[in-house]
Design a binder for this molecule. Structure first.
Ligand code: COA
Length: 171
């Protein structure tokens, strides 16, 4: 597939509707517009960052990173079906992790459906490793979540085997 042009940039309040369209197209249990609007308000206080993939003025993907020192939580990421597998999620995740590293945060955490091969492939590429499982965490349909972690700085307080696996590039 041809790579779409476009930029990864911080979201603004004007992006909420379009972010929500991508959200609704991607998830069976979507977040509300109010939730995104609230996150963008939190962004002003530095506690969250939402990045969007802007292709010729169209928002085709987004990522949400929330600060919980010394961790960053990647709480949402989605790319419109029409432009998947063109590297947009990789660029979004890269932007979110760069933001977290610039703040000196030590670990990145996220949850993913066990059956979500695409997302797990993306996270594995960055070195995320499975740290835990939350039983029946997701709805529509009910499914376990895998909790994944990535070491950003060596000061992390994780158990050594997880640190070693993450620093080795994932498993
Ligand atoms: C997961 C998702 C965000 C990936 O977005 P994307 O822009 O297509 O991903 P990228 O093109 O940046 O892919 C980067 C890497 O991730 C992995 N990957 C992405 N899609 C994949 C798939 N369908 N199968 C296996 N690996 C995949 C690959 O390693 C890929 O690198 P490659 O294309 O060079 O092999 C997208 O599929 C999506 O929006 N899914 C629905 C929402 C969702 O599940 N979000 C995650 C919630 S935890």
């Amino acid at each position: 597939m041809t790579k779409p042009q476009g930029v990864i940039r911080p979201a603004t309040a004007c992006d909420v509707q379009r972010i929500h369209e991508v959200e609704r197209a991607c998830f069976s249990d979507p977040w509300s517009t109010g939730l995104f609007a609230g996150l963008l308000a939190g962004e002003e206080s530095g506690m969250a960052r939402v990045f969007v993939a802007d292709v010729e003025g169209r928002v085709l993907g987004f990522i949400v990173a929330e600060r919980a020192d010394p961790e960053v939580h990647i709480t949402n990421v989605a790319v419109h079906e029409e432009c998947r597998r063109t590297g947009i999620a990789r660029r979004l995740l890269d932007a979110a992790l760069s933001w977290a590293r610039s703040l000196g945060l030590e670990e990145a955490w996220l949850e993913v459906r066990e059956s979500n091969a695409a997302a797990r492939g993306l996270y594995r590429e960055f070195g995320f490793v499975v740290a835990n499982r939350r039983r029946a965490y997701y709805r529509h349909p009910t499914e376990d979540a895998l909790v994944m972690v990535l070491v950003l700085h060596r000061g992390a307080t994780l158990p050594e085997p997880l640190v070693a696996a993450s620093l080795a590039g994932g498993a």
